[in-house]
Design a protein. Structure first.
Lengths: 489, 83
């Protein structure tokens, strides 16, 4: 009996595939196919990612050592600097011919992070040691103030690039600093390989920090084979979702030729002439212009846009985590079956896991552990509001530096008022949802109750998505009008 | 600390059962957070239990969800605090 079972296990396709990619040659073959699929998906710098994956697959025992130069190479290949804004503003600062000097800012920003950690270790009782993340945000605000000074030439390019870079590295530094407060300090250098690693060059640390990634890292050939197999499957899922986005773009939005079909049409750049269903920004603008679409079309526009955004986010997260898994880090998926979430809070947990984890680590827990211990329900609600409300808003405001440079700090702050309302409503709803879960009043609905819960969750998220984008052309009133118009024929 | 261990294990099982409909047995060394069995909110649930039951107080700068990854690691935290 045992032999029969063992034989059956041996011949399953999965077991066969795992046996093949357990070898170096098998892993490299898989990386070649994976890289080809990335190219097909038109992913940025797919070839460079392919080289990094080939190295981590060929020499898994040196994975961490490979990550470090890879992260440095990607910092130059995909700079975290907004060159559109830099070139736009350079003439005012007599710096048009000096934009290449941005690269000087990169080692300076890294050096600031190291100096900051050194200060924390040297002065463990200081305010920065007690509030390391607040200190990092304060550094960013100081840099923003410096870049607003009347600087000219190279000084302007370097200070502005430092600010932009620091904003993009902020949450990587936050994980790095908090994880190296008391642990083995010798690891601090090698852990810089997790600063904007080659799988996720965005402001959100996909895979969180080293503490998590080191725990899910493949320890042997079997682990690596499993991780790579799961990464490959996740990339296939990204292809399925991207195909859906392409089909909607081509046949429903009817985007013009020479426009990317793999992402949502940018309302500021792409003009859709005759879509079957308009995008939400199109529908919003039509209403502003006094020629609104019909009521069903207003709903359809918002609904499809929401579904497309969920698909886009899921596809993006799947690609990032697929690469991380191919590199040997078997991390959680970023989006995991959000439409099966039984509560508003759980939907948020499932839709954008790594952003939620960032908010939990740097806003929820610090608030929860410090304040209101005598009022458990208020404590939970306020901590949730601090994370999904304030933290969410702050993350986006600090990340979207272009608005600050184009319109000034205070104007940018004002432009973010609709996002503040969105974050406040979202944080409150998640807080209430969590309280209901803990109070055991809303658990695992079944049958009709499950359908009703699904409808309520979707209705809530679709409706607040009207407020989600900070936009220079639309204000809070426009979003509110659209919401009202969804219920008025 | 065997009583604490039992209480922690029972509470973790209760959280898994009530919050996740997860009735699988919990071994003391089984991964709970990194395996995805416990979410952030479930960790808050366990943390609040530890505060109320054992007077546990966590330094906000020392917080790491991974410390709640198993019954063993939770008990280790309690032991350290009471040492």
């Amino acid at each position: 009996m045992t032999i029969a079972v063992a034989e059956r296990i041996e011949v399953t396709p999965r077991a066969k595939a795992l046996a093949i990619i357990r070898t170096r040659a098998g892993r490299l073959a898989l990386v070649v196919v994976f890289t080809g699929l990335m190219a097909g998906l038109q992913m940025s710098h797919w070839w460079a990612i392919g080289i990094c994956l080939a190295l981590t697959s060929a020499f898994p025992q040196h994975r961490r050592a490979i990550l470090l130069p890879a992260a440095a190479a990607f910092a130059l290949l995909m700079p975290a600097v907004d060159f559109t804004v830099l070139s736009e503003l350079a003439p005012q600062h007599a710096a048009s011919s000096l934009l290449r000097m941005w690269s000087i800012a990169l080692p300076i920003v890294w050096a600031i992070a190291f100096a900051y950690l050194w200060i924390i270790h040297r002065f463990p009782k200081s305010i920065v040691a007690r509030r390391p993340v607040t200190g990092l945000i304060a550094i960013l605000l100081l840099l923003m103030a410096a870049s607003a000074a009347p600087l000219k030439g190279a000084a302007w390019v370097i200070v502005t690039s430092m600010t932009m870079l620091f904003a993009q590295y902020l949450w990587f530094f936050a994980y790095w600093v908090t994880e190296n407060l008391s642990r083995d300090k010798s690891k601090a250098i090698v852990r810089t390989g997790f600063w904007r690693p080659f799988w996720g060059f965005t402001a959100v640390p996909y895979g969180k920090g080293a503490n998590y990634l080191e725990r899910v890292e493949a320890k042997n050939d079997d682990d690596l084979a499993t991780s790579q197999m799961k990464g490959f499957k996740l990339l296939i899922w990204a292809i399925v979702l991207t195909s859906m986005i392409v089909l909607v773009n081509k046949f429903v939005y009817r985007v013009p030729p020479a426009t990317s079909l793999t992402r949502l049409p940018d309302p500021g750049l792409v003009v859709l002439s005759n879509p079957v269903i308009p995008t939400y920004p199109m529908s919003l603008e039509a209403m502003q212009a006094g020629t609104p679409y019909s009521l069903p079309m207003r709903w359809a526009a918002l609904l499809l846009y929401f579904v497309m955004r969920v698909a886009g986010l899921t596809a993006w997260g799947a690609k990032v985590i697929a690469i991380a898994r191919m590199a040997g880090f078997n991390a959680f998926r970023n989006t995991y079956r959000p439409f099966e979430a039984p509560t508003i809070a759980e939907f948020y947990n499932r839709i954008y896991y790594y952003f939620k984890e960032l908010l939990v680590a740097f806003f929820f827990y610090p608030t929860y552990l410090r304040y209101l211990k005598k009022w458990p329900r208020v404590r939970l609600f306020i901590a949730t509001l601090a994370a999904a409300g304030f933290g969410n808003w702050l993350f986006h405001f600090l990340r979207d530096q272009d608005l600050i440079y184009r319109h000034g700090f205070w104007n940018a702050l004002w432009m973010y008022r609709s996002y503040a309302v969105y974050a406040l409503i979202l944080g409150s709803a998640i807080g209430i949802s969590q309280l209901r879960t803990i109070a055991n009043k809303q658990k695992h609905p079944r049958g009709v109750a499950k359908l009703r819960a699904f409808a309520v969750i979707m209705f809530f998220y679709i409706l607040i998505s009207t407020f989600e984008e900070p936009n220079t052309r639309h204000g809070l009133g426009d979003y509110l009008n659209y919401c009202i118009a969804l219920f008025v024929p | 600390m065997s009583i604490a261990r039992e209480q922690v294990r029972d509470y973790v099982q209760k959280v898994l059962r009530e919050n996740k409909e997860d009735t699988d047995p919990v071994g003391d060394g089984d991964s709970l957070v990194l395996s995805g069995r416990l979410s952030s909110l479930d960790v808050v649930d366990v943390l609040t239990f530890l505060e109320g039951q054992f007077g546990f107080a966590m330094d906000p700068n020392d917080f790491d969800q991974a410390k709640f990854d198993s019954v063993d690691s939770i008990v280790e935290m309690l032991d350290k605090q009471h040492a």
